[in-house]
Design a protein around this ligand. Structure first.
Ligand SMILES: Nc1ncnc2c1ncn2[C@@H]1O[C@H](COP(=O)(O)OP(=O)(O)OP(=O)(O)O)[C@@H](O)[C@H]1O
Ligand SMILES: [Mg+2]
Length: 369
């Protein structure tokens, strides 16, 4: 199979994997490895939720997960990184945001803290995206660099980046920026296909950025990513072999880049046992073809109450019913595992700080509504 060609063989492989034995929320088993040169602050703070396909639940899961994380005593900021197609503010109950990312990107607001708006959930803030009126969907590199630098200054324990669909450079760069990467997919074949494409494109974005000034390496990457011309390079394992010929320094840089791309897999809209197995089959494929380690984080069941709740999410998040649904859907369980994982990986947050707050109505109101 061509590395970037037909998905036939890929899907044969996807669907022929062994069945998952238990229909249960799996634990976050292992720490991400290999991110040795990413600073500790970033490592503990930033999570990006991406996945390529639209409508798989990235925004909804970001809101639910963010909300659940506040129950463990964490200050959380959600960032609508879906520049140009934002809707996170609506999901968090803010209909007319006072400030959005556009105000910050255009220089109108200098202090990023000011655009982090209160939501109905205590300790959960949101930075709203904006419609693409001023070309915000394609910011310049300098604008992105400024944004990333400022995001690091936010007063938050955890910052969740809700990415847009597709593989625009902006979406890829947000994903690459966050040391903790979550790929969200549903058991639909198109979702798995898009998620694979998303991860593959991310990897090449990262590699071409790293080696852009090195023609020999770029030539190899081109052979990996292109059907014409010289002999094709079909897998990342093969690419690594070619890099060996270019010397240890480049070989090591390539390996470091790939190792840093470790990610977690979350399967949404699971309706039956076999959906988990289908979703999880993504892991060995990404590992085999792209040499990327992916850790299974768990699954979220399809729940028709979610569809119904989207229009009144703020009520849902702040009243008692929301708590029940969040518990039943496993969000507290999942957030607990993620927090524990961070404690294990990070020097920044201590396990002793984890403190479950009382459930029930929460008081803060959105300032931008
Ligand atoms: N676990 C679930 N059970 C039932 N419905 C769900 C679930 N997760 C998401 N949905 C529904 O899927 C729809 C799309 O969700 P959402 O907007 O979060 O997707 P998205 O991935 O952010 O889409 P986009 O890429 O367009 O931003 C929503 O109507 C939501 O209610
Ligand atoms: Mg979305």
């Amino acid at each position: 199979m061509s590395f970037f060609g037909s998905f036939k063989a890929l899907f044969r492989k996807l669907f022929s994997r062994e069945k998952t034995k238990k229909f249960t929320h799996n634990h976050v088993a292992h720490a991400y490895s290999g991110e040795t040169h990413i600073d500790e602050q970033l490592k503990s703070q930033f999570w990006a939720i991406g996945g390529g396909k639209g409508g798989v639940g990235k925004s909804l899961v970001s809101v639910m997960l963010g909300s659940a994380l506040t129950r463990w005593g964490k200050k959380v900021v959600l960032v609508d990184a879906d520049l140009g197609g934002s809707n996170l503010h609506t999901l968090t109950g803010i209909h007319n945001p006072q400030y959005t990312l556009a105000d910050f990107m255009n220089g109108k607001i200098k202090d990023i803290e000011k655009i982090a708006l209160e939501t109905p959930v205590r300790n959960l803030k949101v930075i709203c995206g904006a419609d693409d009126i001023l070309g915000i969907a394609n910011p310049k590199s300098s604008q992105k660099a400024r944004l990333f630098n400022q995001l690091k200054k936010l007063n938050a324990d955890i910052i969740l980046l809700d990415l847009g669909a597709g593989t625009s450079y902006t979406t890829l760069d947000f994903f690459l920026f966050a040391p903790n990467k979550i790929v969200l997919l549903t058991p639909q074949s198109t979702s798995i296909q898009n998620a694979y494409g998303f991860v593959k494109t991310c990897l090449f974005r990262k590699l071409t950025r790293e080696f852009r000034r090195d023609p020999e390496c770029m030539e190899l990457l081109f052979r990996c990513n292109n059907s014409g011309g010289e002999e094709k390079i079909n897998t990342i394992a093969r690419l690594k072999k070619e890099f060996v010929k270019l010397g240890e320094e480049r070989e090591n840089r390539l390996s470091a880049c790939i190792d840093e791309l470790n990610m977690g897999l979350l399967i949404n809209m699971v309706r039956q046992k076999k959906d988990i197995q289908i979703g999880r089959s993504f892991i060995p494929v990404v590992n085999d073809y792209l040499s990327i380690t992916t850790e299974y984080l768990g699954f979220i069941e399809y729940d028709k109450r979610m569809d119904k709740s989207v229009n009144k999410m703020s009520d849902f998040l702040s009243d008692g019913t929301g708590n029940t649904i969040m518990t039943e859907m496993g969000f507290y369980d999942l957030s607990n595992k993620l927090v524990k994982k961070m404690f294990k990986d990070s020097k920044g947050i201590k396990t002793g700080n984890m403190e479950r707050q009382k459930s029930g109505r929460q008081e803060a109101r959105p300032s931008g509504s």
